[in-house]
Ligand binder design. Structure first.
Ligand code: NAG
Ligand code: NAG
Ligand code: NAG
Ligand code: NAG
Ligand code: NAG
Ligand code: NAG
Length: 214
């Protein structure tokens, strides 16, 4: 028996509900499909954009450690003492390069390093603070006074034999303290190291076999 609801006279009779459900259902599913398609597009776009950002970030925002090397060493004012206490003084004029491969500048503080004869410090390396622009190689000249005397813990025998052989092995070491600044977004501390060995050939007043580890 079909009874009309007196409160909702326009409401469809109860037995017609199934049909109206059938009529409305496809439209609802279609709009759900549309919105889920749209959601997939949005998600794909977000994932794609994020991936592109990540890839470019890993290329542009990955701070590399700049490379410090001794490019050349010129020997000035070489003098060596003779006799019971062998010694020599030399001024090394060195040309350093700081290679900054980053897409941001590298700023470093004043720093000091050393020149070693064996394990003994025979000279101070002073590097003034400065800045290397993005993807640039900066060249700086550093003058080092080396004073080797057979005093203190300096091995007397070795110095005599080295002097007689005419070749003095020296090592130089310095560590820069600085920051790589990427697009003013990322600031990363980097401490590139200079670590080189060389032979000072007395007779030729020259430095040979300059080797730097990187
Ligand atoms: C070498 O010695 C001379 C005189 O002693 C001095 O005038 C000159 O500045 C020295 N050169 C270097 C590079 O130290
Ligand atoms: C090296 O220099 C020091 C002072 O800096 C001096 O006393 C010494 O005699 C010099 N040695 C030689 C071999 O010139
Ligand atoms: C040191 O002195 C000895 C003898 O006094 C001499 O034969 C030698 O050539 C000298 N060496 C240098 C580097 O002056
Ligand atoms: C670095 O050293 C120079 C002198 O060698 C000095 O004038 C300058 O003030 C120093 N900079 C800093 C930040 O200490
Ligand atoms: C001195 O000579 C010894 C033996 O030849 C060697 O092991 C040592 O490394 C040398 N020291 C220096 C400072 O050259
Ligand atoms: C370093 O020294 C060399 C030769 O002495 C000179 O040609 C060059 O211009 C200098 N570089 C700097 C940055 O002062």
């Amino acid at each position: 028996m079909a009874e009309e609801n007196p409160k909702f006279p326009l409401a469809p009779p109860r037995n017609e509900y199934p049909r109206s459900d059938q009529e409305y259902a496809p439209a609802v599913i279609e709009s759900q499909r549309k919105s889920s398609k749209c959601l997939v597009y949005v998600l794909v776009t977000i994932v794609t954009v994020s991936a592109a950002l990540l890839i470019s970030a890993s290329i542009f925002l990955r701070p590399n450690t700049p490379e410090v090397q001794l490019e050349s060493v010129t020997v000035k004012n070489l003098s060596h003492g003779n006799g019971t206490s062998p010694s020599f003084n030399v001024t090394l004029v060195t040309e350093l390069t700081i290679d900054n491969e980053n897409y941001g500048y590298f700023e470093y503080k004043n720093c000091s390093g050393s020149v070693f004869y064996g394990s003994v410090t025979v000279g101070d390396v002073k590097i003034r603070d400065g800045r290397v622009e993005a993807r640039e190689v900066k060249r700086i000249n550093v003058t080092v006074d080396v004073d080797v005397r057979s005093n203190g813990n300096l091995d007397n025998q070795n110095l005599s034999s080295d002097r007689n052989s005419g070749i003095v092995k020296l090592n130089s070491y310095a560590k820069l303290h600085g920051n790589v600044n990427l697009f003013n977004v990322l600031k990363k501390t980097k401490t590139p190291e200079l670590d080189c060995s060389m032979n000072l050939v007395l007779a030729r007043r020259a430095v040979e076999d300059l080797v730097c580890s990187s």
